[in-house]
Design a protein around this ligand. Structure first.
Ligand code: SF4
Ligand code: FES
Length: 248
């Protein structure tokens, strides 16, 4: 396939940035989107031009490092698919593709398609952990957990921290991410002990990092590559109200 790309190029955080046109020729339908960009970058390097900077690590949809806005949609047009798992067979020969970084106040652009998502790390550092001693796997297996709670906790734990939910939200809200992180611990006995304190400090940190509030647009759920549901935002709100009550 031969494609025309318009890629956001920005030298650094203070550069204005602009869309630059590139031709991506000889692209196989079996390539992933990032492999297509690798091909474009090889061409740029051969021509002594600066390659396009973008993030990736696992390239198998589990680490959350990759993330680009493809034709206006974070992670591109395929449902429940990270951009590293998006394959070129979903595009047609002759297509024009627009590629931009995630855009949100709390995710400043570092370079080209790479944004700084350290704000997510700060939310996790604030309270996204448990400090009780849980023993080994056999100890864990002796704790009886209702199947529904275990299933819901696993659904929430699927969040890979990619940030697409923030990029899709008109308010730049991180409530889907924070809700998933609060919920997966709050639903299990080991996480319940610190639940009240956790939801308060993680919510405070989320607001301090410049994320907006949820406006019920549901765009986060629509783009989430792991299918995290807005029910976890409701869970975050419920946990927060409960914690306010328990703190007097
Ligand atoms: S909730 Fe979904 S979109 Fe948001 S960070 Fe987690 S995996 Fe990514
Ligand atoms: S590179 Fe790890 S999820 Fe895409």
């Amino acid at each position: 396939m031969n494609l025309t790309l318009y890629v956001w190029r920005q030298k650094g955080p203070n550069d204005k940035g602009q869309l630059v046109q590139y031709e991506a020729n000889g692209i196989s339908t079996d390539m992933s989107f990032l492999e297509m960009l690798d091909v474009v970058n090889e061409g740029l390097i051969k021509r002594d031009e600066e390659p396009i900077a973008f993030d990736s690590d696992c390239r198998e949809g589990i680490c959350g490092a990759c993330g680009q806005v493809v034709n206006g949609i974070p992670h591109g047009p395929r449902k429940k698919t990270t951009v590293c798992q998006l394959h070129m067979r979903h595009f047609k020969d002759g297509d024009t593709i627009y590629i931009e970084p995630f855009r949100a106040r709390a995710f400043p652009v570092i370079k080209d398609l790479i944004v700084d998502r350290v704000a997510f790390d700060r939310i996790i550092q604030a309270g996204g952990y448990i400090s009780v001693h849980t023993g080994g796997a056999p100890d864990g297996n002796t704790v009886l957990i209702p199947k529904r709670d275990a299933d819901n906790a696993m659904d929430a734990a699927e969040c890979i921290g990619c940030g697409a939910c923030v990029a899709a939200c008109p308010n730049g809200s991180a409530m889907l991410f924070t809700g998933a992180k609060v919920a997966h611990l709050a639903m299990l006995p080991q996480g319940k002990i610190e639940a009240a304190q956790r939801v308060c400090v993680m919510t405070e940190e989320m607001l301090a990092q410049g994320f907006g509030n949820c406006g019920n647009h549901y765009e986060c759920q629509a783009v989430c590559p792991k299918g995290i549901k807005v029910q976890f935002i409701a869970k975050l709100n419920r946990e927060f109200i409960k914690a306010q009550g328990s703190n007097g």
